[in-house]
Design a protein around this ligand. Structure first.
Ligand code: HEM
Length: 148
């Protein structure tokens, strides 16, 4: 039952995070106004909270539910997934800083600034697309390396 509950929570959290990322990509467009930037700033706060919960639920699954820590700690795709998720987290920092700067400046960003932030958002999105593939391979035992 614990495994089922954590699996359900895990999926809801990762779909929600992807929803937040996609919303930012749709809202942060050339010509974006300050009212929309304020909205994106609020949405971006959820990004941080969701990412934190994904790590907690994900590691709790790896340690307490599913197949146990020995299985995941010796699985290449598990570490590729966690590593990719951390890189996505790092790539999300410059957009967050930009939203805060734009709001504080009280001036709508220039198109070149928006284009810069969209590059970070696209990099996050493309890396995110790898995660379900790593997850499916990990869950089916691909990438298992021996316990020394
Ligand atoms: C640090 C972050 C994460 C950890 C520690 C983690 C851990 C896990 C664990 C332990 C499982 C169970 C696999 C099994 O049934 O054997 C799982 C499944 C899964 N995870 Fe994550 N996860 C993390 C982040 C993510 C993210 C960001 C995504 C986004 C797409 C994701 C997508 C999935 C999917 C789709 C499954 C089901 C795999 C399947 O049964 O085919 N996970 N995850």
């Amino acid at each position: 039952m614990l495994d089922l509950a954590q699996a359900i929570a895990h999926h809801i959290l990762v779909f929600s995070l992807f929803g937040v990322l996609f919303a930012e990509l749709m809202l942060v467009q050339p010509g974006v106004g300050l009212a929309t930037i304020a909205r994106v700033g609020r949405i971006d706060l959820m990004y941080g909270a969701l990412a934190g919960l994904i790590i907690v639920v994900g590691f709790s699954r790896a340690v307490f539910a599913a197949k146990g820590w020995l299985y995941y700690s010796h699985n290449l795709f598990f570490w590729l997934k966690v590593g990719t998720f951390l890189v996505i987290g790092l790539l999300s920092v410059p957009p967050t800083i930009a939203y805060i700067r734009w709001r504080r400046s009280g001036a709508a960003p220039a198109d070149a600034q928006v284009a810069g932030v969209r590059r970070w958002l696209w990099a996050e999105t493309l890396l995110f697309a790898l995660l379900p593939a790593f997850a499916a391979a990990m869950a089916r035992g691909y990438g298992e390396f021996p316990v020394r």
